[in-house]
Design a protein around this ligand. Structure first.
Ligand code: NAD
Length: 471
């Protein structure tokens, strides 16, 4: 039986990062992946392809609606969907083959096939042709099985007109009317893509609250902006039935006790994801799969089976690529007996729409519920020269600090490049820094980052470019 120090099952962002880190630590590593392309959901049908389409959609929207304000005329603006999809496939291909090169450069053995954990850190592999083999891990196994879209009985996907996120990344033309079930991150991002490209989009959200996990002020501003852009978001909307009628999909929804019927060309079901686990993948071991399919792990991602770790979407916590990556690094380092931890309190959240929405740490509602006295500093992009020049002056930066110590407890941004701007705050919070640390840091002018600077100053009532509120 072939032996390795560390065997990783799954080559998504959690698994491939774990494999690379383990190799850096001097281990002989194998990574088992059933797909022919590395990178998992994120690179193949998730984060990356959706960002490619969001970029195209944003540029199309600008060319169509904003260029004239700059005095630029471009004639008729048209979208060639096959070219857009070709660009997407090209970028995905470059990035996934980049991981294959990284594996090679780090001496990682890539094994194609379905990997199953068996007793004593062995891994059974079933290749595409049905042949099985077994490998042995001497030091540790890292399970990075990932997740799959949740299906709901009233709207089963058919891969044609009723699709999940993978299908909505591959429409061969802009649907005239697109229905979306779920106003979560996928529904908003992909709904925005097709809306910006010309679709009439209706989003049905079962909850009454919009983005309940986000700070309320941020969620309220986001809803206002999305609606202004033309996304028709219906809250408290319960989808009862979705039927593929050949030419389109008939969707029956109950909103505030009233039955409504809609016809769409395409329907996207984006009601969450679930762990890609089953008992068969861990049979004969002590690894425990909980009720909702998550593998049970401790703070350092150890399962109940000695030497076996589980990371990413198949374990508790946010289903985010960057959380999976950090857990992958941690698991590899724990196997190497190094000190390692993940700052679970500082996982950045981003919705990559235009404008972007990004946050980290506590919301105002959480601070209130915990009885923590806080100061709030906010600053609108409308008062930021760079945002004005970019014609993206909607939104704000909000910083929440401990009223006693000034430590930044929460950061919330909606506006241009929010995902990038957030990281100045994430770093400060990672070092338990306070708003003064940002206040005393010189920020180049004119930049969007000045809005972060001003928000930090506003927390101490000393913003320069806005009138501070009396406390
Ligand atoms: P989600 O959990 O973010 O949102 C699903 C939404 O659907 C919720 O608001 C829920 O209330 C609603 N819903 C559930 N059942 C419904 C029903 N029957 N009718 C109407 N609404 C219903 O899930 P998602 O958007 O599918 O994303 C899946 C996962 O992928 C999430 O964990 C998300 O964090 C992750 N993801 C992250 C990003 C990002 O970070 N930018 C992008 C895409 C996906």
């Amino acid at each position: 039986m072939q032996e390795f120090d560390v065997v990783v099952i799954g080559a998504g962002p959690g698994g491939y990062v774990a494999a690379i880190r383990a190799a850096q630590l001097g281990f002989k590593v194998a990574c088992v992946e059933k797909a022919s392309s590395l990178g998992g959901t994120c690179l193949n049908v998730g984060c990356i392809p959706s960002k490619v389409l969001l970029e195209t959609a944003h540029r199309f929207h600008q060319a169509k609606h904003e260029f004239s304000e700059h005095g630029i005329s471009v004639g008729e603006v048209k979208i060639d969907v096959p070219t857009m999809l070709g660009r997407k496939a090209n970028i995905v291909g470059q990035l996934t083959s980049g991981i294959a090169q990284l594996f090679q450069a780090n001496g990682i053995t890539r094994i194609e096939g379905l990997g199953k954990l068996r007793a004593n850190k062995t891994v059974e592999i079933t290749a595409a042709d049905g042949k099985t083999s077994t490998i042995q891990a001497k030091k540790g196994v890292i399970l990075a099985f990932g997740s799959v879209p949740v299906e709901i009985p009233p709207a089963r996907t058919d891969g044609k007109n009723i699709v999940d996120s993978t299908g909505a990344l591959a429409f061969d033309r802009v649907p005239e009317k697109l229905g979306v079930i779920g106003a979560g991150v996928i529904g908003l991002e992909l709904g925005s893509v097709w809306q910006a490209l010309g679709s009439e989009v209706v989003v049905f959200e079962a909850l009454e609250n919009f983005l309940p996990m986000a700070d309320k002020q941020l969620a309220t501003e986001a809803l206002k902006i999305y609606k202004k852009q033309g996304l028709d978001i219906k809250l408290g909307a319960k989808v009862q039935k979705a039927e593929n009628k050949g030419q389109g999909v008939e969707v029956t929804v109950e909103v505030a006790g009233e039955k409504q019927v809609y016809m769409f060309d395409k329907l996207l079901v984006a009601v969450g994801r679930k762990p890609n686990t089953s008992q068969d993948l861990v049979e004969g071991t002590a690894v425990k799969i909980g009720e909702r399919g998550f593998i049970e792990v401790d703070e350092q991602c150890r399962t109940a089976e000695p030497g076996v770790f589980a990371i990413g979407d198949c374990v508790r916590g946010a289903m985010l690529a960057h959380k999976a990556e950090e857990e992958g690094v941690m698991a590899a380092e724990v196997i190497a007996n190094e000190h390692a931890e993940v700052r679970y309190d500082l996982i950045p959240s981003v919705i990559y729409t235009a404008p972007e929405v990004a946050w980290v740490g506590k919301t105002e509602e959480e601070l209130k519920a915990a009885g923590i006295a806080y100061n709030k500093g906010d600053f609108p992009f409308a008062a930021n020269g760079r945002a004005k020049a970019m014609n993206t002056a909607a939104g704000f930066v909000k910083v929440l600090t401990d009223a006693q110590t000034g430590e930044i407890l929460g950061s919330h941004i909606i506006g241009p490049c929010a995902s990038e701007l957030l990281h100045e705050l994430v770093i400060t919070m990672n070092f338990y820094g306070n708003s003064e640390d940002i206040t005393l840091t010189m920020h180049a002018h004119p930049t969007l980052a000045e809005a972060v600077h001003e928000a930090a100053m506003a927390a101490d009532n000393r913003a320069i470019h806005k009138v501070n509120k009396k406390r």
